[in-house]
Design a protein around this ligand. Structure first.
Ligand code: SAH
Length: 219
């Protein structure tokens, strides 16, 4: 991890990144402001500081990746969080996506199945003081967090082979889930809304490429 130093150079790079995201079609100002505010280089080794502000995915520990900024912005825009949203994230990874949600005022419960990634964040999440409402869990995202349900929003940041039924159960009526669901080689981004009668509706968006959502935990 970098020594946590956020200077004018970093802010300039973030500004450029936000401009690129606008050009690529991200329009939600609250999402763009959060990306402008959160030092993404804190999630990288100091040798890769500049890469942190390129619009691309990057390897992290345990063979996983930190999602591309465009993907984070896209999913966050679809999620429509408000200051009072209680959000369940599947796939903590680097912790960047959950920090963006926390910056937007959401209360985030995030699950990671790779012990090494969970331990890293549990020990040295750079924003512990800033976002004390962010809670990290080591577990299997297919199970969700029944103890903390119901959630207003669910965001899955790995390629889901199907819509996990337990996560639908843990959604409040009116709640939304953003899920990249497998469609052969790539994943279709979907937004699933739970209706008052418990049924769901699906809206369909672009194709993406995520690391797989796997069941069970990895030590
Ligand atoms: N949101 C992350 C993206 C990480 S990539 C970020 O901002 O960096 C996807 C992550 O999902 C990986 O860390 C992977 O280990 C995790 N994952 C895959 N299947 C999972 C499951 N069933 N439960 C919890 N996490 C899972």
């Amino acid at each position: 991890m970098s020594a946590y130093n956020d200077g004018p150079l970093h802010k300039g790079l973030r500004n450029q990144l936000v401009n690129q995201l606008r050009e690529k079609g991200i329009t939600d100002e609250k999402v763009l402001q959060a990306i402008l505010a959160v030092p993404r280089h804190y999630f990288f080794d100091s040798a890769f500081e500049r890469i942190a502000y390129e619009d691309r995915a990057f390897p992290i520990a345990a063979g996983q990746t930190i999602s591309q900024p465009y993907t984070v912005a896209y999913q966050t825009q679809l999620l429509q969080v408000t200051k009072s949203s209680k959000v369940l994230e599947i796939g903590t990874g680097s912790g960047y996506q959950c920090t963006i949600l926390a910056e937007m005022g959401a209360r985030v419960f995030t699950i990671e199945r790779q012990k090494i990634l969970f331990d890293q964040l549990q020990q040295s999440f750079p924003f512990k003081k800033q976002y004390p409402g962010t809670k990290f869990f080591y577990g299997d995202g297919f199970e969700g967090l029944p103890t903390f349900a119901p959630f207003d929003r669910v965001i899955i940041t790995a390629a889901a082979p199907f819509t996990p039924p337990k996560l639908i159960d843990q959604m409040r009526p009116g709640a939304m889930m953003v899920i990249p669901r497998d469609e052969g080689e790539s994943q279709r981004m979907l937004r699933i809304t739970k209706q008052a009668d418990g049924s769901v509706t699906e809206e369909s968006f672009d194709l993406f490429s995520f690391v797989p959502m796997l069941s069970g935990k990895n030590r």
